[in-house]
Write a protein that binds this ligand. Structure first.
Ligand code: COA
Length: 661
């Protein structure tokens, strides 16, 4: 049998999924019988299909008028009539194993011998459903996503006895329907999408249950930090708290080691079940009416996004490790099925596999649950040093080159260059050698056209605890004057580098360390880090431009306070006075810098540079001169090819593609 021999299709069950699936097949030219147990259900299904077809037609999506498509769908209450000539039967009845088995045994008795029987189940075992038939080789999972007409993803699931022929035909049919099928090689609970999604739900529920975070905090982090299209609790409300509970239970019954928190058990038994009840984790305008809950960006700042997403990465790693699906299909599934902006393994590579493993180990301890045990494949990747983007290899490959100097490491993680201060035993204190090497590295980075942003960070337990005090010991006053000019000169190169610079601060940023960060365009800090200008305690004053840059950034009063008293201030306090742009949980520091770097890399490089220079040099001039400088810069920016592209893309309502020209 081949995909061409499939002409007639029967859909059993005309509910939310069934009627959508029938519509998808009819739109692709198939003759469809739709069967349900009550005429009202069939009538409602037809009228919903009609409305949807008319909408698509008015948008110009359909090649034929709605009636022509509708004419290919017939309805019946009789399972025999629906199936007797079918080449393919798709079952979409409620998720109850006994019901599904009954339907399959009935269909098996009446459908032609050659017919393939597919189930749209999202959580039950294909093998068990197939056991109700005499043709398990022709039984398969074909899991559409809601709404089937819009969602491109179809999970094709092989039962224990499903033949290759059946798999190939269903993969081909999905493509003929204009869908993007992914192959699930083993009948594993939750298949790809639900397994990964529910691991995310699981951690979110426990994190709220344990009092670590609120619903708002988690949803804010999910939306604004991870970039998911919906908050986690918002999505649970959307699916329905009872249905979510039911899917959890189905997976647990099939051996997945999730544990449902008591608070969620109770909620699933209440009458606040989400959007359909008008209330769940959020309030909605009326039962069944969804309105996007508003959550602030700020609410999620303290949530460790790597820890929140790590369990989902762990389940994805399990799917890959056990040969249930390919990594490409897993990533495709979350992108198309959940609308994630990137694949789950792309997240893993971005976060760093080592960081993901450490987050899982922490969760394993805190929650005491086996599900958090990091998968072997992740641990082995860490052992091999394949830890994602930063190492050049993780689940995918990246271009990374490393250059080791005596006191710094320069990592070209295209399009970002990392300058890593590497005197960890001396808390990365800046000595003459480091200044010399930094100058050299900056020259190389400046000349490298493919580098679009530069991040400074420290190795070991601090960003940088300042200039190396031991070098001050035998310095004369004149030596100190020249030394100060020298460090200022190197920091000026940083300040006016043609690429945006970011300081990623952890531990300490003190004295010259903070002054290095001040020379950067942006500063992000890990919570728990301390910043200060303690020179006064040594009987001296700052010499790497804090009196100037710090004053400009935080104002004279605050700058004097820091310089006169020499106190260390916490990252959060530094944020509140504008000394750092953002404070993130320690595990996220590198990720945050990387994310900013990657975002900057997408911007028009010349206009970024013009903006930087207008700001940097304009502030030294009278305001009227600064304004003229801005106008000149504006004119210059307008003359770039990227400006042509940006303006054109806006008018064409598409995302611009900047080339740095
Ligand atoms: N210059 C030279 N060496 C420095 C240094 C600096 N600015 N900051 C730290 N170190 C060295 C320490 O001397 C120590 O070296 P050792 O192990 O050989 O004795 C090592 O780095 C580790 O520092 P330590 O002081 O043991 O760590 P800690 O956690 O106890 O204290 C600080 C951390 C930051 C509070 C402390 O190191 C400090 O006060 N440093 C100086 C900060 C300063 O005044 N900077 C401005 C200089 S202009």
């Amino acid at each position: 049998m081949s995909v061409e021999s499939i002409k007639k299709v029967a859909v059993i069950g005309a509910g939310t999924m069934g009627h959508g699936i029938a519509q998808v097949f009819a739109m692709a030219g198939y003759q469809v019988w739709m069967r349900d147990i009550a005429q009202e259900i069939l009538d409602r299904a037809i009228s919903r299909i009609k409305i949807s077809l008319e909408k698509l037609y008015s948008k110009g999506v359909l090649r034929e008028p709605p009636e022509a498509i509708l004419n290919r769908i017939r309805t019946t209450l009789d399972i025999n009539e629906a199936c007797k000539e079918a080449d393919l039967v798709i079952e979409a009845v409620p998720e109850k194993i006994d019901l599904k088995k009954k339907v399959f045994s009935e269909v098996d008795a009446v459908a032609p011998k050659h017919a393939i029987l597919a189930t749209n189940t999202s959580s039950l075992s294909i093998t068990e459903i197939a056991s109700a038939t005499k043709r398990p080789d022709k039984v398969i999972g074909m899991h559409f996503f809601n709404p089937p007409v819009i969602m491109k993803l179809v999970e094709v699931i092989r039962g224990e006895k499903t033949s290759d022929e059946t798999v190939n035909i269903i993969m081909d049919i999905a493509k003929k329907l204009g869908k993007e099928p992914v192959l699930v090689n083993k009948d594993s609970p939750g298949f790809i999408v639900n397994r990964i999604l529910f691991a995310l739900f699981h951690e979110a529920l426990w994190s709220v249950d344990s009092g670590e975070h609120t619903v708002d905090e988690i949803d804010s982090a999910a939306r604004y930090k991870a970039g998911f299209p919906m908050g986690i609790f918002e999505l649970i409300d959307y699916i329905g708290i009872d249905i979510t509970h039911q899917i959890f239970q189905a997976m647990i019954d099939r051996g997945v080691k999730f544990q449902i928190p008591k608070t969620f058990e109770e909620k699933a038994k209440s009458n606040e079940l989400g959007v359909k009840s008008g209330k769940g984790y959020y309030k909605y305008p009326a039962p069944g009416v969804f309105a996007k809950p508003s959550v602030s960006i700020k609410a999620g700042v303290k949530v460790d996004i790597i820890r929140l997403v790590a369990p989902a990465i762990n389940e994805a790693a399990m799917l890959f490790e056990e040969g249930i699906a390919s990594k490409e299909d897993i990533d495709k599934a979350v992108k198309l099925g959940l609308n994630w902006p990137m694949g789950v393994f792309e997240y893993a590579d971005l976060f760093g596999i080592d960081t993901v493993v450490s987050a899982l180990e922490e969760l394993r301890k805190v929650r005491g649950m086996e599900i958090y045990e990091p998968r072997k494949i992740l641990k082995e990747m860490v052992e091999r040093g394949e830890v994602g983007r930063k190492s050049g290899k993780g689940f995918y490959s990246y271009r990374v080159e490393e250059k080791k100097f005596e006191t710094i490491i320069v990592k070209y993680e295209y399009p970002i260059a990392w300058i890593i201060l590497n005197r960890p035993k001396k808390l990365n204190a800046i000595n003459a050698k480091m200044l010399e090497e930094m100058e050299k590295a900056l020259k190389e980075i400046e000349d490298n056209k493919e580098i679009k942003a530069v991040v400074f960070m420290g190795s070991g337990k601090a960003f940088c605890a300042g200039a190396d005090v031991s070098e001050f010991k035998d310095m004369s006053g004149v030596d100190a004057f020249l030394y100060s000019r020298r460090i200022q000169k190197v920091f000026e190169i940083i300040e006016n580098l043609t690429k945006p610079t970011i300081a990623a601060i952890h531990g300490y940023a003190l004295g010259g360390g903070l002054e290095l960060a001040l020379a950067c365009d942006l500063r992000v800090a890990a919570s728990g880090s301390l910043l200060g200008q303690p020179e006064i305690g040594l009987g001296i004053i700052p010499g790497a431009a804090a009196t100037q840059r710090l004053t400009r950034i935080i104002g004279e009063g605050k700058a004097k306070e820091l310089i006169f008293l020499g106190d260390y201030i916490a990252a959060e306090d530094a944020e509140s006075i504008g000394l750092v742009n953002k404070v993130v949980p320690p595990r996220e520091l590198e990720l945050e810098a990387r994310k900013i770097g990657l975002r900057i890399a997408e911007k028009p490089a010349l206009s970024l540079l013009i903006a930087k220079y207008v700001i940097n040099y304009g502030k030294d001039a009278a305001e009227s001169v600064g304004k003229v400088l801005e106008s000149l810069g504006f004119g210059l920016a307008r003359s770039t090819k990227d400006a042509e592209e940006g303006i054109k893309a806006f008018l064409e309502k598409r995302k611009p593609k900047f080339k740095g020209e």
